[in-house]
Design a protein around this ligand. Structure first.
Ligand code: GLU
Length: 468
């Protein structure tokens, strides 16, 4: 049997980490078993679906490297197929037309609520042997309902939640086509899962309630239900269900905030699944280790600090050329012209050590590409004490003569400190100010090596009022 899984998002505008996990796990499961992962776009809710949102989904999956083996398949392009299956069910007596109007349905519901009963359709139009149905009312377009089995129960062994059994008495006859003929959500899912030969449905547990209905329809169509694995929800850091309304970030937001896809992937993998106590692993390891049996049973909680920590980790691991390329676009967005200044890869290589996001690196890079400072006399007086000028001047001459490397500059600085009997900060702060008009920079020897001897000397000369 070929394992076939799917991700079936509704393109209604937003895709947060919890949603993405419903793509990652089926993807990993299919990969693990050399199966296929299918992307199905559930766009039958035309009022809420948008092309823009489809784009976000495709882009997000691509960014994370979760491209489907098949699809995207759009439900709106399969309407004829759903109609044909509805007709099959009608012909087989497994579905029927129901002429109950909205008004009647509402009053039925009110009555049931008043009697403290669970609101449900009462089967008025359900054909049964020997039953006389009411006269068709004029001017009412019927909906089509599925004839849910009357007795017994629906049971499935959920790969996450264990055995779930629902009595058929709990389920009324589901509307599978609205009065305008459009098929309904649960019905389309069933037809698709069957047609696409899905073997494992791995999805959020907000769909548990739909599952018994879907299984009944599937069986009526002669299909064998897939294995279901319902993932517990993802909670935000406050323990609330993650959603756009309470500030969840979309996949695009993470990209824009300077996260690496491999960090998000590693993070998501652990959000409801574990392999021993492994926290950091490659995509390949994840695929090799992924088992449904190791899915968590309780809700996972989003931990932004952990994600940041993983991002820091993957920034350190990333190939420097790739990292620089990724940071470049953030730098350009910040108005940095990476061609006017030192080698960008070297700058990124220096700044990455302390960075947790690509944005932090891009922000740090500003220092290297800003124009040479034009200090006023007052600024010089405030930041470069006259007593320290001789040491700075000696340093300027030392670097002119030494090898142009971080190590050589470090040695030159050390020698000047000893010669002038001063401590590092006493020299480093005015030095930083002279070079960059700020006292905040990474290790000054490394910064100077990247800036290059010429730029350092020019800047020092200007600050010291010397010309060489
Ligand atoms: N379209 C559904 C959703 O976005 C998923 C349906 C399913 O996985 O069965 O929640």
């Amino acid at each position: 049997m070929t394992i076939r899984t799917r991700f079936a998002p509704s393109p209604t505008g937003f895709i947060h980490l919890g949603n993405l996990r419903s793509a990652l796990y089926p993807w990993a499961f299919a990969q693990h078993h050399q199966g296929q992962f299918i992307l199905r776009i559930e766009d039958t809710d035309q009022a809420r679906s948008s092309l823009e949102s489809v784009e976000v989904i495709l882009e997000g999956l691509h960014w994370l490297g979760l491209d489907p083996d098949e699809g995207p398949i759009y439900q709106m392009q399969r309407l004829d197929r759903y109609q044909a299956v509805i007709q099959e069910l009608l012909n087989a007596g497994l579905a029927y037309r129901c002429y109950m109007s909205e008004l009647e349905l509402n009053s039925l519901r009110d009555e049931q609520v008043a009697n403290k009963e669970k609101p449900r359709y009462n089967g008025l139009w359900r054909p049964e042997p020997g039953k006389i149905l009411p006269e068709h009312p004029v001017g009412v377009s019927p909906v089509i309902r599925f004839k849910n089995p009357l007795g017994g129960s629906v049971a499935w062994q959920d790969a996450v939640k264990g055995l779930i059994e629902i009595s058929n008495e709990e389920l009324d006859d589901l509307v599978i086509a609205r009065s305008d003929g459009t098929p309904t959500y649960n019905f389309c899912v069933v037809v698709d899962d069957l047609d696409m030969q899905i073997t494992h449905v791995i999805r959020g547990d907000d769909h548990v309630n739909n599952t018994p209905r879907q299984i009944n329809i599937m069986r009526a169509l002669g299909g064998t239900p897939p294995v279901y694995a319902h993932l517990p929800t993802v909670l935000n850091e406050l323990g609330e269900k993650m959603s756009k309304r309470n500030g969840a970030m979309s996949v695009r937001d993470y990209q824009k905030a300077g996260y690496l896809p491999e960090a998000i992937l590693n993070y998501l993998a652990r959000l409801g699944w574990a392999h021993g106590d492994a926290e950091v692993f490659t995509k390949e390891q994840f695929v090799a280790w992924f088992e449904l049996a190791h899915l968590g049973r309780s809700p996972a909680q989003h931990n932004p600090e952990k994600l940041l920590w993983l991002n820091h980790h993957y920034i350190q691991q990333a190939d420097l050329t790739r990292l620089a390329e990724l940071v470049r676009s953030f730098a350009e967005e910040r108005g940095i012209d990476v061609h006017r200044g030192p080698n960008f890869e070297q700058v990124v290589g220096l700044l990455k050590d302390r960075a947790s996001t690509l944005i932090e690196i891009a922000d740090g890079a500003k220092l290297f590409y800003a124009p040479a400072p034009q200090h006023s006399a007052a600024q010089i007086a405030a930041h470069i004490p006259p007593t320290i000028k001789p040491a700075l001047s000696d340093l300027r001459h030392a670097i002119e003569g030494c090898e142009a490397s971080k190590e050589a500059y470090a040695a030159a600085i050390k020698a000047i400190l000893a010669q002038h009997q001063i401590k590092m900060p006493v020299l480093a702060m005015p030095l930083r100010y002279a070079l960059f008009a700020t006292t905040q920079t990474p290790a000054i020897d490394a910064v100077m090596a990247i800036m290059g001897r010429k730029a350092c000397i020019e800047r020092l000369d200007r600050a010291l009022g010397e010309s060489s």
